[in-house]
Design a protein. Structure first.
Length: 147
């Protein structure tokens, strides 16, 4: 059974909701899913996972801002066992801002710098994730093909 670690940062609850939908879908496909708020996770936790999913919302008008709780994790990702690790990134944002879901882009860039393997393009949710359940399902189905 494949082990999936989902680490997410959520202020309003939207990214939490997305992580929950993804976890349910992957569990239904037979994966052993460990879903953690970023405040309860460390980059070293990625070591034993077959697949790691990182979720972070984007804040800010003038620059890309990661969700507050996710910043320390992001800054310490250099210590994570990311090289050749299978990783997916998702996040929520507001498309009226200049950097729509820029946190997804920033995390993907960091994963590439650390030689991680991005299995699919990042999932970017605009607004309420309950309106995007089909997109979330489709993305998690794509991710599941790497289990």
């Amino acid at each position: 059974m494949a082990k999936v670690l989902i680490i997410y940062g959520s202020t309003t609850g939207n990214t939490d909701t997305v992580s929950e939908i993804i976890a349910q879908n992957l569990s239904a496909k037979g994966a052993e899913v460990d879903r953690r708020n970023v405040t309860d996770a460390a980059p070293e936790d990625m070591k034993d996972a077959d697949l790691v999913l990182l979720g972070c919302s984007t804040w800010g008008e003038d620059e890309i801002e990661l969700q507050d709780d996710f910043i320390p994790f992001y800054e310490s990702m250099d210590k994570a066992p990311i090289k050749n690790k299978r990783i997916g990134v998702f996040g929520c944002g507001d498309s009226t801002y200049t950097y729509f879901c820029g946190a997804v882009d920033a995390i993907e860039e960091k994963v590439r710098e650390l030689s991680g393997h991005l299995v699919v393009d990042g999932l970017k949710i605009d607004g309420d994730p309950t309106d995007a359940k089909g997109d979330i399902q489709h993305w998690s189905d794509s991710v599941a093909s790497f289990l």
